[in-house]
Ligand binder design. Sequence first.
Ligand SMILES: Cc1cc2nc3c(=O)[nH]c(=O)nc-3n(C[C@H](O)[C@H](O)[C@H](O)COP(=O)(O)O)c2cc1C
Length: 334
Amino acid sequence: MRTPILDAAALETLLAAAVAAPSIHNTQPWRFRVNPDDWSLEVHAAAERSLPRTDPQGRARHLSVGAAVLNLRLAAAHLGLRPRVRLLPKPGEPDLLAAVHLTGPPDGRNGPDGPGDQHSPEPDLYGAIARRHTSRMPFTGRPVPEPVVARMTAAARTEGARLYVPDFAGTRRLLRLTAAAEARNHASPLRAAESRGWIAAPGADAPYGIPFTALGPADATGRMPMRDFTGPHPALRPPALRFERHAQVALLWTTQDGPEDWLRAGQALQHVLLTATAHKVRTSPLHQAVEWPDLRAAMGGSRRRCFPQLLIRFGYGPDGHRTPRASARAAQST
Ligand SMILES: Cc1cc2nc3c(=O)[nH]c(=O)nc-3n(C[C@H](O)[C@H](O)[C@H](O)COP(=O)(O)O)c2cc1C
């Protein structure tokens, strides 16, 4: 057996970063295992926390796990280790989604597997992991400057995905499609029940799901199709507020649409969100439209080979509330 390069403290740092990743409905659909043969960290899907109605293919689950993998890469680099990621390393084991091989120390440069391009200094993405929260509150409407948007777009490309930032008319179109999806979700008793099942009751101290404190208000003007997790119990939702008149949104998309592409898209998602966070920009995903195949196809517009993965609203405004996580220890399997 090779000399271990992971002691307990290093493992805790790696897993604490991984579990801080965003995940659909805060399902945290991952499980981590150290493979002592080669000191790789295996990332498995936690199938028991899947969403059969909302995410029958497991696409959003792969996005969530991809986001955790990006955090693992950043934490490894922070520890002075060199991470090398293999996605879906064993074709016979579809629930083994990634293996992160750790060697170290690095030779002082960002390798091809390390986030960041060689030409412009990378903001502190590792530091942004703990500060990033989904913010479902209204934003101020102050536009995010073009250089920051360009960095977010470059972050997606670094991971092999694309970010489309539409103009005013394009934004309205994407929000209209999201509103149509939100209306369908609302009208579907099974979907509404599924998302309501991931709302944690006040004081429940649940490690999974979304606490009441993190639920956002509806838009009083009806323009912003924020997801309503409360289903047929609107009294549970905070009072409606006026959202920004001119929202800024970005569509994350890929040119292929298989499990490996979804894992790449998840890494791209987190790279984009952390880049935004590092520039004090708040973010909130709007996933509803990609949950309906016809609306998902319409999101791509006339672009060829465009597979929409997620819409991201971004801007300046209040921080999102912290959403709990299962501990790093609970996320580990032997
Ligand atoms: C693939 C994916 C889809 C998501 N979709 C939505 C959504 O439609 N609406 C929403 O309010 N939050 C959405 N989220 C955000 C999650 O609810 C959030 O990440 C989770 O509750 C953990 O909270 P945090 O992001 O503040 O850490 C999504 C996150 C991911 C990764």
